[in-house]
Design a protein around this ligand. Structure first.
Ligand SMILES: *Cc1c(COP(=O)(O)O)cnc(C)c1O
Length: 375
């Protein structure tokens, strides 16, 4: 569907993407960076994100599904794309054809996948072996299985090629003891594995901000920090250099002066304590602005205005100090005047993490690139 009459929009600052990428690349000058653009680039719009990161020097992309990788191929990017999840075996045929790298979570997965591969295709399926060093999601935990997986790849070298090996951390965002244990386990397994792999990677955003550049791994996977969001549970100094990429805006679609005692929205949970102005904004939970944001403040012309009454599917109401005209901009995430609302603040209010706030912004909200970096 084309959305020509939806006043809500997510503005994507491509210059901020470029600068955030460079900050991480400067911390790790020796490493190749794969940018996590799964879930429509964390809700930012994959197309709007891919171009500036390639321009900034990204070596490739990480996604969750083969379909997401195909979308990127469709835009004409021929960089490495790694699918991070345990892909359906039959998707391997497409991955081979379109030169999409897959994660091998087990020996059994490789044995199943090989059935779908074409030995007459000069492109082999590229795989990255996943090591489960403590995340408990996917991957191999024993050196024997890694060696067997490697042997299996060798035995099927007409169809498969080993391109990388990696692990994923569960608690890098907390920088705790468990994180250091996981690092040790990964190092032990990666050292025990005798073969040289082209790409060895373990760092996500949090870990890449914590660690100095080293020679043990030669690549990393950058996600949330690229989007200017802190990866840490407790904010740290370094992140202040990162610029938020996404702003979310909508408009006042209706305004009225209500008298004391007037009730607002489903459940009539809000009663006006005095005569006041109530504005209706064209955004709701179907756009990704969660129902539990009731009570949170939005910005109108640099002034905080609370959401009153329940957030409905497509509209919500705010209490405003004057009779704004229809079409007045409302900022849900971003700057207005001297004030600002961050995705982190919205997440704290909703008792979730910024990743969820951002990826929940629905397809109905157009993503519009600003401060453009030309392709
Ligand atoms: C999503 C994801 C990343 C990126 O994580 P951030 O915390 O956003 O940097 C890296 N690796 C894997 C396996 C992932 O699933």
């Amino acid at each position: 569907m084309k959305f020509d009459f939806i006043p809500s929009k997510a503005l994507i600052d491509q210059r901020a993407i470029y600068d955030n990428f460079k900050l991480v690349q400067n911390l790790h000058p020796k490493k190749k960076i794969f940018v996590a653009v799964k879930a429509d680039a964390y809700g930012h719009g994959v197309r709007e994100v891919c171009a500036p990161v390639i321009k900034a020097g990204a070596a490739g992309f990480c996604v969750a599904y083969v379909d997401e990788a195909r979308e990127i191929r469709g835009f004409g990017f021929n960089n490495l794309i790694l699918v991070l999840g345990a892909s359906e075996a039959k998707s391997a045929a497409i991955a081979q054809k379109e030169d999409i790298s897959l994660t091998a979570p087990s020996l059994a997965w490789l044995q199943e996948v090989v059935k779908y591969l074409d030995s007459t295709n000069p492109n082999k399926l590229k795989v990255h072996l996943a090591i489960d060093s403590g995340m408990g999601r996917i991957g191999m935990t024993r050196i024997e299985e890694l060696e067997q997986a490697f042997q299996f790849v060798q035995d099927n070298s007409d169809k498969i090629e080993l391109e990388g090996m990696f692990t994923h951390f569960a608690t890098a965002d907390a920088d705790d003891e468990y994180y250091h244990e996981q690092q040790k386990r990964f190092k032990l397994l990666a050292k025990g594995f005798k073969q040289k792999v082209k790409y060895l990677h373990c760092e996500n955003s949090a870990s890449s901000l914590l660690e100095e550049d080293d020679d043990f791994t030669n690549s990393l996977r950058l996600g949330v920090a690229l989007y200017g969001i802190s990866p840490f549970i407790k904010p740290q100094k370094l992140e202040q250099k990162f610029k938020p990429v996404l702003s979310l805006e909508s408009q006042i679609s209706f305004i009225k002066k209500v008298s004391k005692g007037t009730k607002i929205s489903y459940g009539a949970t809000y009663t006006a304590p005095q005569d006041e102005y109530i504005a209706t904004v064209s955004i709701g939970y179907a756009d990704g602005w969660l129902r539990r944001m009731q009570g949170f403040n939005l910005l109108v012309e640099g002034e905080f205005c609370p959401i009153v009454g329940r957030v409905t599917m497509d509209q919500l109401m705010i209490k405003v100090s004057k009779c704004y005209s229809i079409g007045t901009k409302v900022t849900l995430i971003g700057n207005s005047g001297s004030k600002k609302i961050s995705a982190e603040e919205a997440a704290d209010f909703a008792k979730t993490i910024p990743y969820e706030i951002l990826t929940t912004i629905s397809r109905r909200v157009p993503r519009i690139a600003v401060n453009k970096i030309e392709e």
